[in-house]
Design a protein around this ligand. Sequence first.
Ligand code: DLZ
Length: 161
Amino acid sequence: MATELHNLSDYDPTKVPSGKGRRIAVVYSEWNQEITYALRDGAINTLIANGTEEENIERFSVPGSFELIYGASRLVKSDKYDAIIAIGCVIRGDTPHFDYICEGVTAGLSNLNVTGNTPVIFGLITTNNLEQAQERSGGRLGNKGDECAVTALHMIAQFGK
Ligand code: DLZ
């Protein structure tokens, strides 16, 4: 989680395993796209900066964060990827949808990590307002997409497939 003391984009490049030859899928939500595109691009740029070839990174869009579950599930089943990064942004409004979506996506992606053999990285931002989301998608607190990319490379290096 981002805090005043922890910037999401801070990492030590000498401690990040190389992404060379790794195949990584990035599935992202179109809902709140101002945020999710910035997260997606952050993840992709960080993967490339750490050696992943651009042609080995595939992008898949889904309408909303809830559809990340199905999208990531299909990608796990394809067995084509070393890791899958799931990116979405849910902003609390005057709707109970916030809680349902956050809980649903968290449970769905968690379940894929328990049952599948491809790590699914949790790139869902859940915030009270747009400003907090902006702070975490390239703003004051860094970019959660960067953190997801680094996490994916660590998981691949640690567990392989
Ligand atoms: C319906 C909905 C609402 C209210 N808010 C968000 C949101 O903040 N972020 C997001 O990614 N998706 C939202 N959605 C859409 C749902 O994720 C989903 O696409 C629809 O409920 C259709 O299944």
